[in-house]
Design a protein around this ligand. Structure first.
Ligand SMILES: [Zn+2]
Length: 171
């Protein structure tokens, strides 16, 4: 496998801020905070945040929602020339969709050692057997992207602990 990794450019920092804003919307709804935006020629074509719980849909990942929106807006399935920004390394499903949509580049915040398909568990970005290669730019605003996730899970554990305590005391 050939890894195609590029350094972040100034704009990447800016657009990742928009993806982080999407992630925040997910956490406001009690969803795991992951956000994505798709940019083509300096314009946002799609945006999305994780809605797996609310939609009861295993495919309602931030990237999938943003990809569907961008394809609709551009009125084509081929998203060549577009860049996808996502706060967490994409999973197998999303990397599959990214390759099928012919994205030029994917920029992500933090790695996902448990499910990432852009370098952690798998790296679909440069698999020679596939007919499309996508460039990767990892670790853009990595700390913020990781912090929003760890903050969410800490709050969740605290809430669960409180619920257990209350149940114990029959409150
Ligand atoms: Zn995914």
């Amino acid at each position: 496998m050939v890894r195609r990794k590029t350094e972040a450019v100034h704009d990447d920092i800016y657009w990742m801020g928009k993806a982080l804003r999407e992630a925040k919307k997910a956490s406001d709804r009690g969803e795991v905070p992951i956000g994505a935006v798709i940019v083509k020629d300096g314009v946002v074509m799609g945006r999305g945040y994780n809605l797996r719980e609310g939609k009861r849909d295993p495919s309602a990942h931030a990237e999938m929602i943003a990809i569907r929106q961008a394809a609709k807006r551009l009125d084509q399935w081929r998203l060549t020339g577009a860049v996808l920004y996502v706060t967490l390394e994409p999973c197998l499903m999303c990397m599959g969709a990214i390759i099928l949509a012919r994205f030029d580049r994917v920029v992500f915040g933090c790695y996902d050692p448990k499910g990432g398909a852009a370098g952690s568990l798998y790296d679909l970005s440069g698999d020679k057997r596939l007919n499309h290669k996508v460039e990767l730019t990892p670790r853009v605003r990595e700390e913020e992207c990781a912090a929003i996730l760890s903050g969410f899970f800490t709050d969740l554990r605290t809430r669960k602990k409180m619920a257990r305590e209350m149940a114990k005391r029959n409150i």
